[in-house]
Design a protein around this ligand. Sequence first.
Ligand SMILES: [Zn+2]
Length: 262
Amino acid sequence: MSMPFDEIGDGVYRRRYEVLDQNIGIVIGAGGVLVIDTRSVPTHGEEIVADLAGLTSLPVRWVINTHWHWDHVLGNSVFGEAQIWGHQRCHAVMQADPAAIKTAARSWLTDELNAELEQTTVVPPTTIFEDNVAMDLGDRVVRLLYRGKGHTDADITVRVGDVVFAGDLLEDGAPPVFGDGYPLEWPDTITAHLANPPRLTVPGHGDVMDGDAVATQIEELRDVARRCAAATTAEGLDLVGAPYPDEVMRTAMDRSLSERGL
Ligand SMILES: [Zn+2]
């Protein structure tokens, strides 16, 4: 189940899938199609390919992984003919411990999808970069950017004209996920990514965000960072009036302690 493609720019689309309320980005270039993130299992990747048939007959030439989390990369094996782009640490993490990527998915997936997960090959990005890189799609340029740690240690954003795909650095409809995050650095990282404000930002999950929605979320992330920085123990965290539920705040606090070596 998914909604149809949503044209959010000239030849730029997002499709919002019901599973995890996830956004997949599509950019149509002169000679092929770019797919941003590949979902949680190969059948999800195949679903993207099947859905694309209703939009274009061009082949998928490029794939981007916004970060190494399972729900963004485990459809990669479907796109064997394409170049898969990602940050060098995205590659390193997936290469070092592919089993860990799959393990993190297990408790979220149905029994049927878990059976598929067992058979799934983890395919890391094949084309990697460090700070920023421009992809040439033939008639248009797509810019990939890394600006430091945030939701993970390898989040990149994808800029196509005045649209930015932000991966899970931003999240609509649910709190940001801090489990592998760097809450103290995150606000500055996302601010640097959006220094040139886009018209529209597509978060990894949920609805597209305008400038106001993005500003609100960055302010919440700054609030989290301030509260975490003000405490040196988990018990010291001030939860009164916090922007996110206690459990989310506690995860952020735990991560901020390891960020500081406490
Ligand atoms: Zn994620």
